[in-house]
Write a protein that binds this ligand. Structure first.
Ligand code: HEC
Ligand code: HEC
Ligand code: HEC
Ligand code: HEC
Length: 135
């Protein structure tokens, strides 16, 4: 009886690890964000973005990924597959949009880090040199 409980627990645990693992493994752990291809200029060093650390911190995919329709985020999370070019920020945030690519990144990254800081929660970098790290 006791033995069976442990077995069930082990199998459940293994399944949970396999499932969450496969979701997390689908994305690169650390992404290098470099907008120079879209803007053809590069003033600052590229930004290393720990994607999985953000998911691990409990953030929803839709906190960052969106497709807006009538002001509502209608993104279906199953569209968030590795290598899908349509989910790249640069797909929509080009020079024509009010929020160009640089502003889109800055507003999203810095905006959230500042609000977490205000709530005195663990947060990410807020200053130029701590995101654009010179190698
Ligand atoms: C804190 C913000 C944030 C959260 C939360 C987040 N992402 Fe991302 N994700 C990004 C950014 C920024 C990129 C890079 C986009 C780009 O290069 O234009 C990205 C890229 C991706 C990519 C593209 C990877 C590739 O190389 O093709 C996938 C897939 C992805 N995210 C899936 C997810 C899923 C699934 C979740 C939820 C479990 C999630 N993301 C949560 C910000 C986030
Ligand atoms: C499918 C197109 C599309 C993609 C992909 C996209 N955006 Fe947006 N985004 C929009 C539109 C449309 C708006 C509303 C535009 C406006 O108000 O000018 C918007 C608004 C925003 C805003 C302001 C409102 C908000 O939600 O906070 C930020 C910041 C932003 N995007 C950042 C990003 C980042 C970072 C990425 C990549 C992870 C991304 N966007 C991917 C289309 C897109
Ligand atoms: C919706 C909120 C949110 C957004 C958007 C967001 N972050 Fe963060 N970031 C966090 C939180 C919360 C942490 C602390 C995570 C933890 O608990 O480990 C963090 C941590 C980090 C860290 C690691 C700090 C460290 O020393 O461990 C880096 C680097 C970072 N963020 C970069 C970025 C970049 C670049 C972007 C935009 C592409 C971004 N973040 C967007 C909330 C956010
Ligand atoms: C939270 C992280 C973060 C902070 C803080 C931050 N940036 Fe960025 N910045 C980004 C990301 C992500 C991009 C888009 C990827 C790239 O090209 O580096 C970007 C893009 C840029 C670009 C356009 C690309 C280039 O290199 O020419 C400039 C210029 C820039 N940032 C300057 C600044 C300055 C100046 C500050 C301080 C006032 C600053 N950034 C603070 C994350 C950050």
């Amino acid at each position: 009886m006791k033995f069976n409980c442990i077995r069930v627990l082990m199998i459940t645990l293994a399944t949970v690890i396999a499932l969450t693992g496969s979701v997390l493994m689908a994305q690169e752990d650390k992404m290098i964000l470099d907008s120079s291809k879209a803007s053809k200029k590069k003033e600052r060093p590229v930004v290393t973005f720990p994607h999985n650390q953000h998911i691990g911190a409990g953030l929803d995919c839709k906190a960052c990924h969106h497709i807006y329709q009538n002001g509502k985020n209608v993104l279906d999370e199953s569209q968030l597959g590795a290598g899908n070019p349509d989910i790249r920020c640069s797909k929509c945030h080009d020079a024509k949009l009010r929020l160009n690519l640089q502003r889109a990144f800055h507003n999203q990254c810095i905006g959230c880090h500042v609000s977490y800081q205000k709530e005195k929660k663990k947060t990410g970098p807020r200053y130029c040199g701590t995101c654009h790290i010179r190698k």
